[in-house]
Design a protein around this ligand. Structure first.
Ligand code: ADP
Length: 502
């Protein structure tokens, strides 16, 4: 616990996930909302600009078409606007104006001012922020106003009769309406953005909580196993089908495997020390005899020295077999890609045994039509067959007949090794593949058996995904049967499609 406190501050994955989604959605929404916002406000400003341009054109055109003198005058404008009541305020005037030009002038969004050629004001609808200027062509600009930017349109007024400048028109749009809508849109966008960020953060947290819940189970199992490796705890069934369920399954099977290795290891050490105790005790006994009487009694020398040599030989073969056994457990790792033509090996072992044991009648029943290739290291297949044939010879008794068979089924090659000797009782049958198991310990020892042969054969064959089984009847003999998956190749297997291995 103290160690954990010294680590950098713990930040839950759920918080990280929630933050990640919130920041992600903030960025995306920010881009989308900014794009929408700027296009909408640009459109709004364009509308205002177009409307101001329309006003500039309409008013200057109408004034130009009605002006016959050199300069524009108030009377002329009054006349044009058909002003009913003299000396009215601008707002009152706005209400009383009539005629085509009026629509533009009474527009509440704009302030209109008309100047004569000398820049004297002849008409205005209200306060203007900008002073008049003599312009040669009509133009609209975005300029700074009192609180914010405003649109300023200026245009010369040409008399259509004289084609000369008779005055200047200035229109200001203070953009109040635009900014009102701009601010409302800004407020809505900010609210939407905040809402999106909060909602996505909460959603991210909720989702990660649901998804990562099994991590707590996995973690508690890991902690329990770390604290007590002998504990039999596993991650509980998760009832889902995602990566975490897969992870917990893999983790559980890894724990099972480790447990099996630990059990095997401790049992192996127990078995080995048990097996070594007898030869060591025998050697010790003989050595003590030699120490006491060996110098004087040649009889003791003669008896003890061969006995010690025999026991050390036995120990030697025992150590070798134990080494074979521990190697047999690793074939899966070391000889994964080895392949062997099975017929070759069976014939070779058959011929060798026929030669070594001329007193035995060996038979080989080969039903293979092709020389099938199996996935096994050649020496290992040979070793398994030698173990089985050795046993068949050792436990044959008086009926010295051994029958080998070789055939295939849909997916695998089958090899049989049958003898007609003493056989194995049904109770012993399941135990003969166990390490150091011997049906008749004393007799087996006499025959040089350590009880490891079948254990080695089983580990080897299973390492290559094959099987080994035994059928036996006491007094009638035993049949050991091996199967090994066939490698599916064009050359070795014409019925390839039906016999694919896996
Ligand atoms: P061992 O080195 O003692 O032969 P194995 O592992 O090869 O050890 O065999 C285990 C035991 O199984 C043997 O001790 C023997 O009792 C029995 N066994 C093995 N093969 C045969 C067989 N062909 N016939 C009868 N008994 C057998």
């Amino acid at each position: 616990m103290e160690k954990e406190q010294a680590k950098p501050r713990f930040v839950s994955l759920k918080i990280k996930w929630a933050l990640g989604t919130a920041i992600g959605s903030l960025l995306i929404s920010l881009i989308v909302i900014t794009a929408l916002f700027s296009s909408f406000t640009r459109d709004l400003l364009n509308q205002e600009r177009q409307s101001l341009n329309g006003s500039l054109v309409t008013i200057s055109h109408q004034l130009g078409s009605t002006t016959r003198s050199n300069n524009i005058t108030t009377q002329q404008i009054d006349h044009l606007l058909q002003k009913r009541i003299e000396s009215q305020t601008v707002n009152q005037a706005r209400r009383s104006y009539q005629g085509p030009i009026i629509q533009e002038i009474i527009n509440p969004r704009t302030e209109v001012a008309i100047y004569n050629r000398q820049d004297h004001l002849v008409f205005s609808t209200g306060t203007l922020y900008r002073a008049p200027a003599k312009v040669k062509t009509s133009k609209i600009q975005l300029v700074s106003g009192k609180k914010h930017k405003i649109l300023l349109g200026r245009s010369p007024i040409y008399s259509q009769a004289t084609k000369r400048v008779v005055g200047y028109l200035q229109i200001e749009n203070h953009l109040n309406n635009y900014y009102q809508r701009y601010n409302r849109l800004l407020l809505i966008s900010t609210l939407a953005l905040t809402l999106v960020v909060i909602a996505s953060g909460l959603l991210g947290y909720g989702l990660s909580y649901l998804i990562l819940r099994p991590l707590d189970d996995i973690q508690s199992t890991i902690v329990a196993i770390r604290d007590d490796p002998t504990k039999n705890q596993r991650v509980p069934e998760l009832n889902r089908n995602d990566e975490l369920a897969e992870l917990s399954q893999i983790f559980n099977s890894m724990l099972d495997r480790m447990q099996r290795y630990i059990d095997q290891q401790s049992q192996f050490v127990g078995d080995v020390s048990h097996e070594l105790r007898t030869p060591v005790a025998i050697i010790q006994g003989h050595m003590q005899m030699l120490q006491r009487w060996g110098k004087d009694d040649p009889q003791v020398l003669e008896e003890s020295i061969p006995a010690v040599i025999a026991e050390t030989n036995r120990m030697n073969s025992l150590v070798q077999e134990m080494l074979d056994l521990s190697r047999a457990e690793q074939v899966e790792l070391n000889f994964r890609d080895a392949t062997t033509p099975v017929r070759d090996v069976v014939h070779q072992v058959y011929n060798n045994f026929k030669m070594i044991h001329p007193d035995f009648e060996f038979m080989l029943d080969d039903d293979l039509r092709h020389d099938e290739v199996v996935r096994i290291y050649r020496d290992h297949l040979e070793q398994i067959l030698i173990i089985l044939c050795d046993n068949a010879v050792k436990y044959s008794g008086e009926r010295k007949k051994i029958h080998l068979s070789l055939s295939r089924n849909l997916r695998a090659v089958e090899i049989g090794v049958q003898d007609f000797g003493e056989g194995i009782s049904p109770e012993e049958l399941s135990k003969v593949f166990d390490r150091f198991y011997r049906v008749d310990k004393a007799r087996s020892r006499k025959k040089g058996g350590n009880g490891l042969g079948l254990a080695i054969a089983k580990r080897l064959i299973e390492g290559y995904h094959g099987t080994i089984t035994v059928e036996s009847q006491l007094g009638s003999g035993s049949l050991f049967r091996l199967t090994l998956p066939i490698i599916d190749t064009e050359s070795t297997n014409p019925e390839k499609d039906h016999k694919r291995e896996k």
